[in-house]
Design a protein around this ligand. Structure first.
Ligand code: NAD
Length: 325
């Protein structure tokens, strides 16, 4: 039986939060998972359990919720992502760093049991190896998003070493899912392409056809997160953030698999600013340490992921409706 936990999730209405909140509620109980976000609740997160509007930059409001509900665990997902971050670098830095420090401080002072905070493959830059990028490759990122993730990783390690806080992290690759829209990252094409393929049999891609990037299907990402948080502390040697790999592919390779299901699907390519960001990232990731230490293993390859995405994209409408909170 899972330990009794009172979990608070920030940024719960986003691409990951929408699915992680559901998985946490299945595992720990509906009332044990408090979803929060700065925006009005989406149907997915508010219908099935407690929801509060929370700006995680508001330290007092965060403390209040944590103490009112005797929160034991925080999954801190609120952030500005890579492509959006480049449009307003100082805002991205401020949100990504200050919100993390608010969460780490409340966890330290209120003696929370665990914190989860996602990092990203964006920590790597042009100086890191492109292929099978190792856990401890140079992290010299070219985006403000990447800079904030490198700094965030160091802060997580600092809070672990100085205060014994059990903070755990994964460097997610680009995440592919159908329940919520992608949130302004460089890998969003691998989400948008399915909607466009199903509705229009056509996709206008903002990356070049041969741009290979590391990706992961959301069910794998959610499972990895739960498995990391469940692992015995003595198995966790990385307190910055774990490399995690799933599937690496190019837009052309993904289009070819989609064409197996939608024969008249067409794609063309016109790179925009996101191409430059994509080129600064590794094309594949070495995640041996996650595999060896806490047993990580992805389940979905490109074919299985595509089949599942198309199945759900055909049947479901992406939920953008908002409810008043
Ligand atoms: N999606 C990916 O491919 C990916 C890859 C690597 C890492 N990550 C990381 O995972 C985390 C979640 O990503 P996502 O894709 O779900 O992002 P998203 O943009 O879809 O969702 C982020 C959520 O944070 C909320 N938010 C923004 N400012 C806030 C504030 N001040 N207070 C409270 N909430 C606020 C937004 O309303 C949004 O719902 C982020 O840290 C991101 O860097 C995501």
């Amino acid at each position: 039986m899972a330990d009794k936990q009172m979990i608070l999730v920030t940024g719960a209405c986003g691409q990951i939060g929408t699915e992680l909140v559901s998985a946490l509620r299945v595992k720990y109980g509906t009332q044990q998972v408090i979803a929060t976000d700065i925006r009005d609740a989406t149907v997915d997160v508010s219908l099935h359990g407690p929801y509060y509007r929370l700006d995680v930059m508001d330290k007092d409001a965060l403390y209040k919720l944590v103490s009112q509900h005797q929160v034991t665990h925080i999954y801190h997902l609120a952030a500005v992502l890579s492509a959006t971050g480049e449009k307003s670098p100082l805002t991205a830095w401020d949100l990504n760093m200050r919100s993390l420090l608010n969460v780490l401080e409340v966890a330290r002072t209120e003696k929370l049991k665990q914190v989860f905070w996602p990092s990203s493959i964006a920590v790597f830059g042009a100086k890191a190896p492109k292929e099978s990028c190792p856990q401890y490759a140079l992290t010299v990122p070219s985006t403000v998003y990447g800079i904030s993730k490198v700094a965030g990783e160091q802060w997580c390690q600092y809070y672990h070493e100085q205060y014994g806080l059990d903070v755990r992290s994964i460097r997610y690759p680009g995440l592919i899912s159908y329940s919520a829209k992608a949130g302004g990252g460089t890998t969003d094409y691998a989400v948008d392409i399915f909607q466009q393929a199903v509705n229009n049999s056509y996709y206008h891609c903002y990356l070049l056809e041969n741009t290979r990037l590391p990706m992961l299907y959301m069910p794998d990402a959610v499972r990895a997160t739960l498995e990391l948080m469940d692992a015995p502390a003595e198995k966790i040697s990385v307190r910055t953030s774990y490399n995690l790999a799933g599937i690496s592919f190019t837009p052309q390779e993904l289009a070819a698999v989609i064409t197996d299901y939608i024969p008249d699907f067409r794609i063309d390519y016109q790179p925009d600013k996101r191409q430059q960001i994509a080129e600064s990232w590794p094309s594949s990731i070495d995640d041996r340490q996650a595999r060896e230490e806490w047993g990580w293993k992805p389940a979905f390859d490109i074919k299985a992921m595509t089949a599942d995405m198309l199945l759900h994209t055909e049947r479901e409408v992406i939920s953008t409706d908002c409810l008043e909170s």
